[in-house]
Every structure is written in C-alpha cells, then in structure tokens.
Design a protein around this ligand. Structure first.
Ligand SMILES: Nc1ncnc2c1ncn2[C@@H]1O[C@H](COP(=O)(O)OP(=O)(O)O)[C@@H](O)[C@H]1O
Ligand SMILES: [Mg+2]
Length: 260
C-alpha cells in the first residue's frame, strides 16, 4: 500500500523542503521505494535534489497542464532518478501559472490525485513538498495525500501558525475532498540546543496540540550542515551521513514507518 504524505505549512522557511528531501532519503535508505514530488514553483526541492528547475524538462508542470487541457499525459516522463536512491518529480517556475488556471478547472482540487494515480503503485512512499501558502496547489496536495506532516520551527510564537494549516486540513475533510486525511504529526525543526526556547516551544506545542495530534519524538536541531547539503544538491544523509541532522531524520522516518 502506497502512503502519500504531504509536507505542508503556509509559512516559508520552516523546513518543509529540507524535511521532504531528508525523509525521502531516509525512507529510501531503509529500503523503501520513494518518490519526492516538488509542488513548489520555486523548485527548491528540485534544486536540493541536484537538478536545475530552469533546465529540467518535462516537470510536474507538464503533467498538470496536460490534465487541465484534457490531454492524456504520462507523468512517468517527468520522473527522474536522483544520485541517491529515491526518485524526483521536479518543478519549474511556470507551475505558478497553474495555480491560476486551476481556478477554472473542473475538479480543480483533484488534479494532482489524478496525475499521480497511474504511478502511485510503483512506490511505497510519495512525499509532496508544498509552496508556502494555502492556495490550490496545497489543497491538491492535501486532497491527494493519506496524511500530512506539519513542520513547526522551534521559535517563540511560531507554533501559533499551525492552526491555519490545521483549518485547511479540516476543510479538505469536511468538503469530502479527502475525508480520511490523517495528520502524520507535527515535526519540530530548527531547534536550538543552546537555549531553553526549544523546550518551551516543545512544551507549548504539546500543551496546545499534543492531545489530538502526534508530535514526533525526533526533533530536528539547527545545523549549518542543512544549508551546506542544499548547496551541494544532496540530502544530509548523503552529505554527512553520521551527522546529528541525518540521524534525526532517520529517527523521524522510523516513526513514520511505525505509524500505520
Ligand atoms: N534544521 C535546520 N538547521 C539549519 N538550517 C536549516 C534547517 N532546516 C532547514 N534549514 C535551512 O533553512 C532554510 C529554509 O528551509 P526550507 O526547508 O527551504 O524551508 P521551507 O521549505 O519551509 O521554505 C534553507 O536554507 C535550509 O537549508
Ligand atoms: Mg520549500
């Protein structure tokens, strides 16, 4: 059974893309067949996986466009092997135009679900990286998914932003777009070991959401290794396999594996 997991949060710079690539790498390392999907027109995941969003073609943009225009597309043409053992469905800047064309599309929330349908069985995990918004692309990702991971930056008041994505999740369930959409959990990112802030935020998140939402035991600490690995076009597992960051994402991947 394929598990499709969307990584979403309307705020930028909270670790969505970093979480997507490193969970993809960690789940692949554990022997799973993994596809990472870049649903952000900025193409940060595409770049992080070693591709140039301005050069790579075709991308998920073509798959969306075919579906919107009523052609029978073949999304497998837009799936690439990375230097690591997971596959990538990349993005390109023109994907931002799709957000607009979707407005007048029939079943506009289900385009990604339809695009992924023919290839989903080829994977154990499909991870979808979202743009920082609550727009139609994100709604497509929530509609296509089995569950959602919400990265929350371990910073004062950052956790308050989680209620907005939670209300989008609730809307997707209630409108019957995806009544069974589960919340995989809240993942605390960019935690600073030197301050008590991390503990305070972690306690606050637990108090506010802990009763209803799983909070990953794995906490992703702040480390320059993450931005270095992004520049190198590698996951942190490939860039620095023994680093605490790599270990933390392996731990989070194990929690996902166990969570069914
Ligand atoms: N745990 C971390 N420690 C330090 N820097 C991080 C960490 N996680 C991500 N980053 C860096 O922070 C920036 C934003 O992260 P990113 O994953 O792109 O966030 P988002 O996709 O939510 O916008 C990137 O430059 C990334 O390399
Ligand atoms: Mg991103």
């Amino acid at each position: 059974m394929t598990r499709i997991i969307t990584i979403a949060m309307q705020k930028g710079g909270v670790g969505k893309t970093t979480t997507t690539i490193n969970l993809a790498a960690a789940l692949a390392e554990m022997g799973h067949r993994v596809l990472a999907v870049d649903l952000d027109p900025q193409g940060n995941l595409t770049q992080h996986a070693g591709f140039d969003p301005d050069q790579v073609s075709p991308t998920i943009y073509a798959a969306f466009k075919d579906e919107i225009d009523g052609y029978e597309g073949d999304v497998s043409q837009a799936i690439y092997e990375t230097d690591e053992t997971f596959h990538l469905l990349p993005s390109q800047p023109e994907l931002s135009l799709i957000e607009l064309s979707l407005i007048n599309t029939l079943s506009r929330e289900r385009v990604l679900e339809t695009v992924l349908a023919p290839i989903r069985e080829a994977y154990d995990y499909i991870l979808i990286d979202c743009n920082p918004s609550l727009g139609l692309l994100v709604i497509n990702a929530l509609t296509a998914a089995n569950s959602v991971i919400i990265p929350v930056q371990t910073e004062y008041l950052a956790a308050r932003g989680a209620f907005m994505i939670l209300s989008s999740i609730e809307t997707v369930r209630r409108k019957n777009l995806n009544p069974n959409l589960a919340i995989e959990g809240i993942l605390l990112t960019m935690a600073d070991t030197r301050t008590t802030m991390t503990r305070e935020v972690s306690t606050a998140v637990n108090t506010q959401y802990g009763d209803s939402i799983y909070i990953f035991n794995a906490v992703i600490k702040r480390s320059v290794r993450f931005s270095e690995s992004a520049v190198a076009g590698q996951s942190i597992l490939a860039y620095d396999p023994r680093s605490p960051g790599a270990e933390a994402y392996r731990q989070a991947a194990k929690e996902i594996e166990r969570s069914v």
